[in-house]
Design a protein around this ligand. Sequence first.
Ligand code: FPP
Ligand code: MG
Length: 330
Amino acid sequence: MKATHPMQLSDVFTHYSGDLRIVEEHLEKKYRSYIDLIPGIAAHIIASGGKRLRPLLLIISSDLCGYRGERRQVLAGVMEFIHTASLLHDDVIDHATMRRGKESANRVWGNTASVLVGDYLYCMAFAALAEDEDPVVQKLLSYTTTVMVEGEIVQLVNVGNAAIREQDYLTVIERKTAILISACCAVGAIIAGASQVQVEALSRFGMKLGMAFQITDDTLDYVASEKEFGKAVGGDIREGKITLPLIRTLTKCSAEEKGMIRGILDRRAASAGEIKGLLDVINRYDGIRYALDMAGRFISEGKKNLESFEDSIPRQSLEALSDYVLERRL
Ligand code: FPP
Ligand code: MG
């Protein structure tokens, strides 16, 4: 389909609303269980206003490569299950209290229940992949989830490490976040029977988009209001997690400022006033701007991978989603 006007984000959701509705039905059907706790927790997190970015990327990528069959919604659901499982585990690891503007599942039901329901969703996802019977997709997603856990482990190893290098941070976010977003785009192309060149182009597009996504997430941790972002502000440093705005600041700031930052990292606690003071230091060294500029470069590099595809609704949709990642407030 030839498109004459660039798509806006709302157009993307409208255009793919039918697909997303089918994905929702698949999700809901799969987590139904006679054990009340499973749909209780699963619905709490799945039906809590997630943006469905990953399912959407898979569906749009398959559309871009000319596929409109049933596997796209099934596999889009698998991606959301993997993502949701990782969030349930992540909130336990991060001692989170809020997710998407609501109390996080670990806060409501406790760590054990969150971990187990996360395991359940993860197993459901791989059961659906077994039923789908595509060894290429199975191999890619087994690899992807393994790498995600590696990313979390590298992050864990670096908790509280004020000497963490930018390169280590980039390795963490590529693994914990970008790899799954990349896989969504690649799977869309694979099920469409696209050429290896196209699969790789979409895989690279997703990787860059995912890098930008996590960098903006880490920036919003400092600058968004809790109401907009739906997560506690300043949560990362309280957990000893040192992200790009802070890494940049640590390479530039004075010994005294570094001492203040190390104090928060060592105590793993900060009052709202201390977070405000920290933000002043970060802004003094342009830490937020530095991070957002880098996210912008990832988005530009990502979009370059779409140039070999003809101008179309799906291509413009991927471009609109790329722009959204830079502008988002939640
Ligand atoms: C959010 O990061 C977390 C991730 C992107 C990945 C979490 C992955 C695991 C816990 C590994 C287990 C994986 C599976 C497949 C079960 P964040 O804490 O920076 O973002 P947040 O602010 O949204 O919490
Ligand atoms: Mg987290």
